[in-house]
Design a protein around this ligand. Structure first.
Ligand SMILES: Nc1nc2c(ncn2[C@@H]2O[C@H](COP(=O)(O)OP(=O)(O)OP(=O)(O)O)[C@@H](O)[C@H]2O)c(=O)[nH]1
Ligand SMILES: [Mg+2]
Length: 298
């Protein structure tokens, strides 16, 4: 009697969709670590980020992408849209995420940008929140009217419902080949990058709609000293009035942003973190693709 050699599959799976449908929450759930930042505000994600899931059966490199923006077309949006769509085209499989609430024109627009022969799954997210079965059925019919999906899976990225199943179905579609990335790594991004992103998340969450979209965080210095990381970072805002909002009365808001980011960073990096934050006014950084590149936007 012979037993077949175990197969090992690996490849990349892009997670795409319009803003705010839960792509980053899904990536974090798949990896089991909070790598990608999330918020109630649409267009939280600005950069591509890999989340690696490695098991004995294979390795999936999930790629989180910025939500595809169909309304505004400022330079920042153009750069983000490019990242979303190019990623979709370069991968073995695309998971299109939509909300169980219903299929929208913006959802269809994202799908229409993908090549016709691109293997595609549809993950219908937030089923914990939207539970109307006839509506779900109608959504599936609408989505399938224009495009074939290899799998259609209702999920909840928040509760984890059917997320493991989604991962298994993805893996089954990947080619038999060795791992593309080291199997003990969770992401392709540096600690420095993750730190800047976590700070941006806290900024977004603390300030909600008070914060203009064109705010960002730059890491001025990132020092490793054994089990300690010393991080010096600057929050860039567009105007003086916004600086005052970020700092808050007696510095209270800035302190909260720093504290929350530090706790998350310590969890993620498994080290102690010393964090010092500054706020500066710098207008226009997001106005041209050239200056965006200077701030790390590919
Ligand atoms: N109820 C519910 N909420 C969810 C679920 N998944 C994500 N959310 C919420 O939806 C909001 C957006 O989540 P994100 O993961 O940031 O969405 P995204 O698609 O990455 O958004 P962008 O990066 O802006 O394109 C957050 O408030 C999440 O908590 C889910 O399964 N159920
Ligand atoms: Mg996101």
């Amino acid at each position: 009697m012979t037993t077949a050699a175990p197969v090992f599959r690996s490849g990349t799976v892009a997670i795409v969709g319009r803003p705010n449908v839960g792509k980053s929450t899904l990536l974090n759930r798949l990896v089991g670590q909070k790598l990608s930042i999330t918020s109630r505000r649409p267009q939280t994600t600005r950069h591509r980020l890999l989340g690696l899931v490695s098991t004995e059966a294979g390795q999936i490199a999930f790629v989180d992408t910025p939500g595809y923006q169909t309304l505004k077309q400022q330079p920042l949006h153009k750069v983000m849209n490019k990242a979303a769509i190019e990623t979709g085209r370069e991968t073995d499989l695309v998971v299109m995420v939509c909300e169980a609430k219903g299929w929208s024109a913006a959802d269809q627009q994202v799908v229409d940008l993908l090549p016709a022969d691109q293997p595609l799954f549809l993950a219908i997210n937030k089923v914990d929140q939207y539970r109307d079965a006839p509506k779900l059925q109608a959504l599936i019919m609408q989505a399938q009217a224009k495009r074939q999906y290899a799998e259609v899976i209702p999920i909840s990225a928040k509760s984890g419902h059917q997320v493991e199943l989604l991962a298994q179905l993805c893996l089954a579609r990947l080619p038999v080949q060795p791992a593309l990335y080291p199997v003990d790594e969770l992401t392709d991004r540096s600690e420095r990058f993750l730190a800047a992103e976590l700070l941006r998340e806290k900024l977004f969450r603390q300030l909600g709609d008070e914060l203009p979209y064109e705010s960002t965080v730059v890491i001025d210095k990132f020092e490793e000293e054994g089990a300690l990381r010393r991080i010096y970072a600057t929050i860039l805002v567009g105007r003086d009035a916004q600086k005052a909002i970020v700092i808050g009365a007696g510095g209270s808001r800035l302190k909260q942003i720093g504290q929350q980011a530090r706790l998350d960073l310590e969890k993620l990096l498994g080290t102690k973190v010393y964090l010092e934050l500054f706020v500066k006014v710098r207008s226009g950084w997001a106005d041209t693709e050239q200056s965006l590149r200077a701030y790390g936007y590919e």
